[in-house]
Design a protein around this ligand. Structure first.
Ligand code: ZN
Length: 120
């Protein structure tokens, strides 16, 4: 199933084919994600297609620079990131998907971002 998605202002639109539906939904408590606060779901690298506004995305990296976090330049909303723990996957902001209310996902498990697998 292909999901349609956008940032908040609509400058960036994209489609998403998830790796395993919403079964991969998680939160993370690393220093970055705890501030961002979004729930992420996994998609393969070829599972995201930016259909509008690719030039309106900006990139944030920190620490090792392995994870690549993309945001809309205009509204600041995080759309997706290339994962550090699995560079063959993107994490997608579940709240960007049309028709999905993150509240409906119930209790979403936490990833131990403080003790990141790549830091052990
Ligand atoms: Zn935007």
């Amino acid at each position: 199933m292909t999901h349609h998605a956008s940032c908040h202002c609509g400058a960036v639109e994209f489609t998403v084919d998830l790796s395993d539906g919403f079964n991969t939904a998680r939160r993370c408590d690393c220093s970055f994600c705890r501030r961002r606060g979004a729930i992420a779901v996994s998609a393969p690298l070829d599972g995201i297609k930016i259909t509008k506004g690719v030039d309106n995305l900006t990139l944030y990296t920190w620490g090792t620079g392995a994870a690549k976090h993309y945001f809309c330049k205009t509204c600041g909303i995080y759309t997706h990131h290339q994962r550090r723990s699995n560079p063959h996957e993107y994490g997608v902001n579940v709240a960007c998907l049309y028709g999905v209310n993150p509240r409906d996902l119930g209790d979403v498990p936490w990833v131990d971002g403080v003790n990141h697998p790549k830091d052990r």
